[in-house]
Design a protein around this ligand. Sequence first.
Ligand code: 3EB
Length: 339
Amino acid sequence: MLHIEYLSLDDATDYLSGAGAGILGVLGFPALPTDCGADVPSACVAAASLGTGIDAPALCEVWVSEGPVRRGTDGGVRYAIAGEFLFGVVSFPEGAGAIRDLAERAYGDIFAMLGKHEFPHVVRFWNYLTRINEDEDGLERYRHFNIGRGAAFEAAGRFREGAIPAACALGTDAGNALTVYFVAAREGGRAVENPRQVSAYRYPPEHGPHSPTFSRAVLYPANEPRMLFVSGTASIVGHITAHAGDVVAQTRETLVNLRAIFAEAERLSRAGAFAPRDASYKVYVRFAADVEAVRREVAAALGGEADVNYLRADICRDDLLVEIEAIAYAGCPPGPPGP
Ligand code: 3EB
């Protein structure tokens, strides 16, 4: 089994010193513990933590499995393998190249290394790039990113409907030009789409020359799924942004989309297996000042006790103010943090 712990910087430091062998990876938003453990794949992402009930100054995302873990590096990919899962991270510093090329290199390196190991199926990608909504040579950087990512999927023969990973793509003001991390597995997952939304890989060209390569969620494994990876979800109905300029209405629409994705996942798996209230969330808000308004809507929908973690980041359309991603475990969520 595999799960995520979302921890404050202090709690992550304690957790890692006591956790022993089972750490697959650590992400710091925007800071990492000083010692994540030898060879543990890790990255800093310059998205400020806006608190959760746990205190800022940082949110640490710790990927945990039952050990033993084998770690290595291949191309630009730092990875850790435990049981049926491979967790990996690639990042490029600012100045390493054009964002389109960096995306194609990151995904090319990942697909090449997965070809050599017995973990061919990616279930979930996370993408963080600087200045996602800025122009680069006359095209928005997110749109360039989509071209590079799409080229790598196509070159690897991985654009297969029903088997496209879940994902998110967020923007930061600083830090690495691109950080990509992912979970791959020996078995495949099952892609879930949202009946309220056009599949992202079929968005019309008004959203960019190459549509984004992701599914709305992935159930893992495909048969009798134990985990649900929900992609970044925003206020998009059909393929159109809804409620531009209204963060409360966008949050409500996003929560309706999340419910629709959970309902669709349930239809494709087992009734009651994945409950929104038992999931863990990352909520990205474009403007830090909006976080209280977003928090009220999220608490009204999910209850005040849900595991919800807020970050400041840019969303991949300049009219989107909020995006929410989730991970859910069949049956009960994993236990409380602690070694
Ligand atoms: C959307 O639904 C909002 O490019 O990987 C959400 C999840 C979004 C993933 C991606 C983008 C991505 O189109 C943006």
